[in-house]
Design a protein around this ligand. Structure first.
Ligand SMILES: [Fe+2]
Ligand SMILES: [Fe+2]
Length: 457
């Protein structure tokens, strides 16, 4: 086994090394790829994937360390390390083409220390399908802990900012800026970990959690949009502070369940302008952020409030906040509404696209969240019920799922992470498939952070 493993890596290393010396079509590049492909085949007789990791400077394939390093192997490891790839997984069905593209990716990628989601999306864009990259398990675990800390910090910043305004003080803009920078970094590092936290809805603290959630969702959309760092931070801060003007309203008005009277609604309509005024007094706030806070209810079709003059030009980032605001409001239970599932919320939002919401951004939010957004409850072909805990690797294929209820509807003692690609030994077809979504209100409430902790731990 060990020598077979060494053979696979040697072939990869040789192809990569020769890639630097010869054109891509040269036999010295192509032949090792084909060799690697045929050497991998026997491994898939009794397993569906093969993991290659770099741990403490040693290359490890399926738990077997490779100590005899040749120069091409060293180059291979150095490339993985430089790009920032802790683990590469070869899946059954990997083609010569996949290996070739992967070697090309290692050869042509010049940036160092890329975040894992970026590597995943690049490989997906290149069309590599049966080779995926993951963070090591400890790193995943650390990410969730870190994401929780960052979310908690941002929550404290919002609580403080709103309290300051209520007490007639000007909040510290540097704090908001710092909190958003941390969240933005976490969104690029591990989007799932950060997005999962937006699904923990705290009914009593609605305004605070809502502010942080809108910021996180806006940051995810801003990243998918490809905005510059400065723009992303501006959008994130606008998300965090978009409703700061509500502090100027009477508390019982903000908390009032059900329909508002005309007079009450007139009061509510003042909060974007109030927010604009508050942000004007704060330091570290971009001019565009202020504008976005003022415009967050103006709506895509300009029928909202404050009603814009015909020649008024809205900041396009205001539409980003509007979709994030809408999604978070719809997925939150309020005294007058049930919480929608992420999918129900997106369905409603698709109907609003082109009217109150920017149609491109609704689509973009959907793409940022995936087909089955994290937190969606799903029924599997085994009749088990689970919850989506992560986007598919590389953005394509099946999402990550943890099972919560067995086929009879009994809750499991602990959530059980399952791989939807795992085949049924008798038929060779996947053992479990997603049949569709399940209304989470039919089941006891789930704590996403607890589930993620259990599944990643
Ligand atoms: Fe608002
Ligand atoms: Fe809001």
């Amino acid at each position: 086994m060990e020598s077979a493993i060494a053979g696979v890596i040697r072939s990869l290393g040789a192809s990569l090394k020769n890639r630097g010396l010869y054109p891509a079509t040269h036999p010295l590049v192509r032949t090792p790829v084909e060799k690697c492909h045929s050497e991998l085949a026997p491994f898939f007789a009794n397993r569906s994937e093969l993991a290659l990791t770099v741990s403490d400077g040693t290359l490890v394939l399926e738990g077997v360390p490779i100590f005899q390093l040749t120069s091409s192997l060293e180059l291979f490891m150095a490339r993985l390390g430089a790009i920032g790839l802790p683990a590469v997984i070869f899946e059954r069905g990997v083609s010569v083409e996949d290996i070739e593209l992967f070697v090309r990716f290692l050869h042509e990628t010049k940036e160092q220390g890329l975040p894992i989601p970026e590597i995943k999306s690049r490989l997906a864009r290149w069309g590599v399908t049966h080779i995926r990259v993951t963070a090591t398990e400890e790193e995943e675990q650390d990410d969730f802990t870190l994401a929780r800390e960052i979310y908690g910090n941002a929550l404290n910043v919002v609580v403080r900012a709103l309290k300051d305004v209520r007490n007639g003080k000007t909040p510290d803009g540097a704090e908001s800026d710092r909190a958003v920078r941390e969240m933005s970094g976490m969104v690029s590092r591990n989007r799932d970990a950060m997005l999962a936290l937006t699904l923990i809805k705290n009914f009593d603290e609605y305004t605070y959690n809502h502010s942080v959630n809108v910021s996180v969702l806006s940051l995810a959309v801003a990243e998918t949009l490809g905005l510059s760092e400065n723009e992303r931070i501006g959008v994130g801060v606008a998300g965090l502070l978009h409703d700061v003007g509500k502090t100027q309203l009477a508390l019982d008005l903000i908390r009032k369940p059900g329909t508002l009277t005309v007079e009450e609604f007139e009061e509510i309509k003042k909060h974007p302008e109030e927010g604009f005024a508050i942000l004007g007094k704060m330091t570290h706030i971009q001019e565009s952020t202020r504008a976005v806070v003022r415009e967050h209810h103006m709506r895509y079709d300009r029928t909202g409030y404050p009603r814009p003059e015909p020649e008024y030009r809205m900041n396009p980032h205001s539409y980003v906040i509007a979709v994030a605001d809408c999604f978070d409001a719809l997925t939150t239970m309020r005294s007058y509404q049930k919480a929608r599932t992420p999918q129900q919320a997106l369905e409603i939002m698709r109907k609003l696209a082109g009217k109150s919401l920017d149609p491109d951004l609704v689509e973009l939010l959907e793409r940022s969240l995936g087909v089955y957004p994290v937190g969606t409850m799903v029924r599997l072909s085994t009749m088990e019920v689970g919850v989506v805990t992560g986007a598919p690797d590389g953005g394509k294929g099946e999402p990550k799922v943890a099972i919560l209820f067995d086929r009879s509807g009994n809750p499991l003692a602990a959530p059980q992470g399952v791989d939807l690609r795992e085949p049924d030994p008798s038929s060779g077809r996947p053992r479990r498939m997603i049949l569709g979504t399940v209304n989470p209100l039919m089941h006891p409430p789930v704590s996403m952070s607890g589930i993620l902790q259990a599944v990643s731990g």
